[in-house]
Design a protein around this ligand. Structure first.
Ligand code: DGL
Length: 260
C-alpha cells in the first residue's frame, strides 16, 4: 500500500477531464493536480518550449512526492514523453489522441481529429497516424484559440462556432463518423463541438477521447509496480502556476461535471 499521491499534469484545466476518469476508476487514490495555467496554451508554442515547460512541471510534481505521473495533455506528451520517461524515477503514463478506437469503430466516413496545432504537427502524432489502416480517412485539424476559452470555463453550445468555422468550413457536408477530441481541454467543449458537427456535417459525429483508456493504463501501471493504495481516502489537491482563487472554482466545476 503506497499512500503517496499520483501527479496529474496539464497546461491548464483540460487535464481535469482525465482526473475525473482516474478518480472514478481509482477512488481510493490521492491525487495532486498541477495546471500550468500561467503558461497555457501550450499548443501554439514550439516543441522546445513545450518540452521545457513540461519538464519543469514534472519536476514540481516529483518534488511534491508523487508515486506516478500522468501527462493529461496530448501536446505535452507529443513533445516530451520519451525524454521524461528516461529522466524520471517514477512511472509516467500519458494520453494520446484516440484515433485508433475512432478508426476501428467508426463507419466508412471521415474521422475528424481535433487537437492543438503542436500535437497535429509533431512527429509522435504523425507516427501514430501512419499506423492506422487508412490514414487518409483522418482529417487533422490543429486548432488555435479553443483552449483559452475552455480555461475561462466557457462550455455552452455555440461558444466555439467562430473558431470552428475558420477551420471546418471547407469540409461542410462531409460524413463525419467520428470526432476525436485530441486535446483534453476539448472534452469540456465536447457537447458544443458535437452540436456544431451535427449542424454542418452528415454522419453519426460520435465523440472519442483518450481519457478512459489512459486512466485504465494508470491503474495497470500502479498495480504492476506495487503502487496501489486500496485503503486511501481519495484526496484531491489542486495546484496551479496561475491565479488559484480565480481558477479553483473552475477546477471544482469541471471536476464535478458528470461523466457520460
Ligand atoms: N490540454 C492540452 C492537450 O491535451 C493542451 C492545451 C494547450 O494548448 O495548452 O493537448
Amino acid at each position: 500500500m503506497d499512500k503517496r499521491p499520483i501527479g496529474i499534469f496539464d497546461s491548464g484545466m483540460g487535464g481535469v477531464s482525465l482526473l475525473r476518469d482516474a478518480r472514478l476508476l481509482l477512488p481510493k487514490e490521492n491525487f495532486i493536480f498541477y495546471g500550468d495555467n500561467k503558461n497555457a496554451p501550450y499548443g501554439d508554442r514550439t516543441e522546445e518550449e513545450i518540452l521545457s515547460l513540461t519538464s519543469a512541471a514534472a519536476d514540481y510534481l516529483v518534488e511534491h512526492g508523487v508515486k506516478a505521473l500522468v501527462l493529461a495533455c496530448n501536446t505535452a506528451t507529443s513533445a516530451s514523453i520519451n525524454i521524461l520517461r528516461r529522466k524520471l524515477a517514477v512511472p509516467v503514463v500519458s494520453i494520446e489522441p484516440a484515433i485508433k478506437p475512432a478508426c476501428e469503430r467508426a463507419g466508412e466516413g471521415k474521422v475528424f481529429m481535433l487537437a492543438t496545432a503542436a500535437t497535429t504537427r509533431l512527429a509522435r502524432y504523425r507516427a501514430l497516424l501512419e499506423r492506422m489502416p487508412d490514414p487518409s480517412r483522418v482529417i487533422n485539424i490543429g486548432l488555435s484559440g479553443m483552449v483559452a476559452r475552455v480555461e475561462r470555463g466557457e462550455t455552452e453550445i455555440g461558444a466555439y462556432d467562430d473558431i470552428l468555422n475558420e477551420y471546418l468550413e471547407p469540409y461542410f457536408g462531409e460524413t463525419a463518423d467520428a470526432i476525436v477530441l485530441g486535446c483534453t481541454h476539448y472534452v469540456f467543449a465536447g457537447e458544443a463541438i458535437r452540436e456544431y458537427f451535427l449542424r454542418h456535417f452528415k454522419g453519426e459525429c460520435r465523440l472519442f477521447d483518450g481519457n478512459r483508456a489512459t486512466a485504465r493504463q494508470l491503474g495497470r501501471v500502479l498495480e504492476r509496480n506495487g503502487l496501489l493504495n486500496p485503503g486511501g481516502c481519495g484526496k484531491v489537491v489542486f495546484t496551479t502556476s496561475g491565479e488559484p482563487e480565480k481558477l479553483a472554482p473552475i477546477f471544482d466545476r469541471f471536476l464535478n461535471t458528470p461523466l457520460d
